[in-house]
Design a protein around this ligand. Sequence first.
Ligand code: NAP
Length: 485
Amino acid sequence: MSTRPAIVIIGTGFGGLGMAIQLIRSGFHDFLVLEKSGDLGGTWRENTYPGCACDVPSHMYSFSFELNPGWTRMFAPQREIQEYLHRTADKYGVKRYIRYNSKVERMEYDDAAQRWEVTLADGTRYRPKAVVSGIGALHIPSYPDLPGLDTFKGTTFHSAEWDHTYDLTGKRVAVIGTGASAIQFVPKVAEQAAQLHVFQRTAPWIQPKPDKEFGTGVRAFLKTVPGAARTLRYGIYWALEARAVGFTVDPRLSGPMDKLARRHIRRQIADPELRRKVTPDYTIGCKRVLLSNDYYPALTRPNVDLITEGVAEVREHSIVTGDGRELEVDCIIYGTGFKVVDALAEQQIVGRGGVKLQELWAEGAEAHHGVTLPGFPNFFMLLGPNTGLGHNSVVFMIEVQIQHILSCLRLLAEQRADTIEPRPEAVRRFNDRMHRRLRRAVWNEGGCTSWYLDANGVNRTLWPGFTFEYWLSSRRARPADYVIG
Ligand code: NAP
């Protein structure tokens, strides 16, 4: 395969695969896909912790052009999603374009040649005309900086790097963090461990998970009845959009969501003290609203305790809690999430005139529709700044972005041009409008801190509106917003 393909795509998650498929469907084949690992799948390859499943209904958390009537559950487990990605990659013939074990370390734009130079960790270089980054935001594990952690003699691992060789049976385990990942694996670990200490810094809002198995009859129905799977997808889409009213219009409209979550606590936990500990003190929606039917019951088990006093110190075989108790532990599991802001900045991306992405983003990460950057010609991002979601499927957002990128490529072809990049004033307009809206939103006003916000308290991760608003505004590149040369 050429080292001078027209396009290099980075990553083989939903983003990279979706982009590759749409290029193939448009009859474009001069591209390759670079994957750092030996397998495809992105986040669904990396996260294999027990209980790992999607918390967005699978009929929506899949490509619109590749419905899967065969999902066995409303919320499919990780393995099934990974299989779906493999099957889809096979069906559309993507795999022959993928170069595995190809970790991109640096990308630099060569203005004279109007090409990007993409350098891998092993020194291999590619010189494409365009780059599509599908590296995602949730892939650099974030480790807590606990005092004395380096003295700990037991086993430690992160939820995204689960050590399946370590048998948790009968062990004394500590879990740090109570986010989306932890609430999925805590019930599984609780079944195995002799003792489980769950360290909660901030209580998450949790609602019942409307999960259900799809039996063979339902699956056959969805497969054979024309329009059935599509109708189910639409139904889920609008149900999820309705959840966003409190996020996007006014947090006061979140009342029913708040009631549902509080009732969930009352129904699943009898102990008033535990109820108090798990009840958040901020507006629902400020952090990601989680779904679980088995997390609260796990906390009520005799071998599980929820610790809200924090970690004062880690010793060779124990953790000392903030209120001075010393707990003997064999293993510490970090459910502490990811370094979201560093995800793109970790890679050396250098645009025209030697300007680094970090310099462009010195005041905060922003892009045109979350996809393109001024001074970075022919560089496109999937799930870039402010295109994450708290209420619906990010696969929808990825597909809108792929349409945006394809329309940029079409503009290049129609105008027989070599480069396309957004006008700074267009980027300004788009982001000013969005940030005006974000200032009033629950993520800033809801009384919590979260990884949605950067060091200056500005939300750089979430789209503040309904997803159909993003579709309406962003699926096509407006020629007037771009310099095409
Ligand atoms: P997360 O939501 O960022 O949660 C991290 C948890 O660790 C939080 O409870 C956090 O507490 C705690 N924490 C972080 N640093 C800590 C420290 N130094 N000391 C003590 N506690 C600390 O991470 P995640 O659970 O891995 O989920 C990340 C994202 O992945 C989710 O928001 C979601 O977008 C995605 N996800 C999706 C699914 C799915 O099914 N689709 C499943 C899992 C994850 P604070 O709240 O106080 O910061």
